[in-house]
Ligand binder design. Structure first.
Ligand code: GLC
Length: 633
């Protein structure tokens, strides 16, 4: 048994009676009588609804099992779908109509597009962002039919629960009946959809998504009798219609999450919670509605995710240790350990969470732990993951088996690991963050999402960020080619493919996760380029995509070294390809809005890093003690 959000459907032909029925609640924590077993029991929030389409109920009940201390029932009722300006009819959900906050509305392709309030940590001023935008003005087109088609497909992909939109389906392939789990709402896939809606001023779906997935976070989850951490967010969920107990005429809707227990390979979705935090911040910034992030249940949700990520383990590194396939690449691809994508999302989520956590005694220790981790993590990545020509040459001349605190080759890397492809590939100008770092192992593959999000989150320095974009420009024919953007470069081939993927027939060389091209990555590329005031790079890539993406029916991914073919097993009408393209377009048209999505460099982190690399500083020597403090969450 677990908790469940459930809505009631009425079987056609019966009275128009709709109930939003409730959650399985650990009633002992609500101070109401519970079943003798003390387990969860189903609670009905029997609210009469006028019609399915204009009534939404959001139950802000946090159910965190018997061990949890925080539980508060704050059922809120919103009537009427929130309109594009954020007005919510009679509803009580929005603390302040979004239109009242300092937002800039502009009209793009007849859509309302929202700017943002000036957050405190925005380093690049509007003028420079806008000046950069002017550089690509020639790329702008209005009334574009590809965009119009994308909007209508995105609209069609919306998934409803209890009559309200709660997410977007992963793919709605008109040509394929073998949907696998693509009929679900994936947390990571919804991010570009959510951002597209936010940029359009449609906040309700994002708000609902945030609150409903929050309820799923506390689901009782087990795999073969083992329970993962309470803060884990699901990889995906679906809305299932089930018969209602004791009523022959009614059905109820149930949210069914998948935490990886059903996923291919049983992979843990580590990125879900990190993306959830990032989206929550973007929602607040875009809509001006801070009431969601201020809710007690949402604050608890943030803390649970952080607690899971910041828990002490055996690890020597500040990077997050994960199993293979724990992120966008959700199958065996040799990315277990400390993959860059997870580190970039982790860093970004820590910064976003710090902005949103309510100050007070309850969060002081957590914020201290979070700050310590931010410093250690950025030092580690900037210092040890970075490669360019100079660094490669340094590795090439490494000594090995150095036992000391002052070792240069700290991870005992054998220079033979520098593969011939890399010697050829590394441009004179430019560099990137490697895919993974483990004892005696550097994974030199270029992973796009990790590098792009390191720019977006300021995990990479300003110089490194520019160098990554330089490399993208220099390696355009490898990374963009006929369709942006390669998920990683190069592909694993031959013996390496056999050993590392386990001869995975879906991940053959230059296909899918193994060097395939994923249009969804366009939106992260756009944010990174706009942040660095080089939007013309993203605009060029969007232009490449626009030539064929709609005619190809919005594939999930493309195959071959040049991305010439639609992927062998690629879904069509893949929602995050549609949304990724749309978000890139919207941001290039209104670059100021991208500020809602990036993190500026933090002065305190820079100061702390300067101390760590200062040779005259005695604390630097062994690189420890400085940062480590104990804390209680
Ligand atoms: C594939 C992708 C994963 C995505 C899912 C749904 O499994 O690897 O990142 O979330 O499809 O689109």
């Amino acid at each position: 048994m677990g908790i469940s959000g459930a809505a009631v459907h009425v079987v056609p032909g019966t009275a128009p009676r709709h109930f939003c029925s409730g959650l399985y609640i650990n009633t002992s924590q609500l101070g109401i009588s519970s079943k003798p077993s003390g387990k969860y029991r189903k609670k009905k929030c029997s609210v009469y609804m006028r019609s399915q389409s204009n009534c939404m109920r959001v139950c802000g009940v946090r159910v965190v099992n018997n061990r949890s201390k925080s539980l508060k029932c704050q059922c809120q009722m919103t009537e009427g779908i929130t309109d594009m300006t954020g007005k919510d009819g009679n509803g009580a959900c929005l603390k302040e109509p979004a239109g009242k906050t300092s937002q800039i509305f502009t009209d793009v392709n007849s859509q309302k597009v929202i700017g943002l309030e000036n957050g405190p940590a925005m380093a690049i001023d509007d003028k420079s962002v806008l000046a950069g935008a002017a550089k690509h003005a020639m790329h702008k087109k209005r009334g574009n039919s590809v965009e119009d088609e994308a909007w209508s497909l995105l609209q069609e992909s919306m998934v409803y629960y209890c009559g309200s939109p709660v997410g977007t389906i992963a793919a709605k392939d008109p040509s394929d009946n073998n949907v696998l789990n693509y009929d679900q709402v994936f947390i990571r896939d919804f991010i570009p959809s959510g951002i597209a809606f936010l940029l359009k001023g449609e906040y309700e779906i994002v708000r609902n998504f945030i609150l409903h997935t929050l309820q799923l976070q506390s689901w009782e989850k087990t795999m073969d009798c083992h329970s993962p951490g309470q803060g884990l967010m699901p990889a995906s969920f679906k809305v299932r219609t089930a018969p209602l107990d004791g009523d022959d005429f009614a059905t109820e809707e149930v949210l069914d999450p998948d935490f990886g227990e059903a996923a291919i390979g049983r992979v843990a979705p580590v990125d879900s919670g990190l993306w959830w935090i990032i989206l929550l911040r973007a929602y607040g910034k875009c809509s001006g509605d801070l009431s969601v992030q201020e809710r007690i249940d949402v604050q608890t949700g943030i803390k649970m995710i952080l607690k899971l990520c910041l828990a002490d383990g055996f690890d020597m590194f500040p990077t997050l240790l994960v199993t293979d396939g724990s992120c966008m690449i959700d199958r065996r691809m040799g990315i277990h350990g400390h993959p860059l994508e997870i580190q970039a999302l982790f860093y970004s989520a820590l910064l976003c969470a710090r902005e949103m956590l309510a100050p007070g005694d309850g969060s002081a220790d957590l914020i201290r732990a979070l700050n310590n981790r931010l410093i250690a993590l950025s030092f580690h990545i900037r210092e040890y993951y970075w490669v360019d020509m100079r660094k490669l040459n340094e590795i090439y001349r490494y000594k090995q088996e150095e036992y000391s605190y002052d070792a240069v080759n700290k991870f005992n890397i054998y220079p033979d690991q520098i593969s011939p492809w890399l010697v050829e590939w590394m441009p004179d100008k430019g560099g990137y963050l490697i895919g993974n770092l483990q004892p005696a192992h550097m994974d030199f593959r270029f992973f796009s999402l990790g590098n792009l999000w390191s720019i977006v989150s300021s995990l990479a320095t300003v110089n490194q960020s520019h160098a990554i974009l330089d490399l993208i420009e220099a390696k355009w024919s490898d990374l963009v080619a006929d369709m942006p953007f390669k998920i990683c470069y190069p592909a694993l081939e031959g013996q390496e493919w056999r050993i590392i993927t386990g001869s995975d027939p879906k991940n053959t060389p230059w296909s899918y996760h193994n060097g395939g091209a994923w249009p969804t990555l366009l939106w992260q590329l756009a944010v990174a380029c706009i942040k660095m005031n080089r939007p013309e790079i993203a605009a060029r890539a969007v232009e490449v995509a626009e030539k064929r993406i709609a005619a190809d029916k919005w594939p999930e991914y493309y195959d071959t070294k040049q991305a010439r073919f639609i992927g062998k097993q690629s879904q069509l009408h893949q929602t995050w390809s549609i949304a990724g393209f749309l978000v890139a377009k919207l941001l290039l048209d209104n670059p100021v809005a991208a500020k809602t999505l990036w993190n500026d460099e933090d002065a305190e982190i820079i100061n702390a890093l300067n101390i760590m690399v200062d040779p005259s500083n005695p604390k630097r020597k062994r690189g420890r003690k400085v940062l480590k403090k104990t804390y209680i969450i």
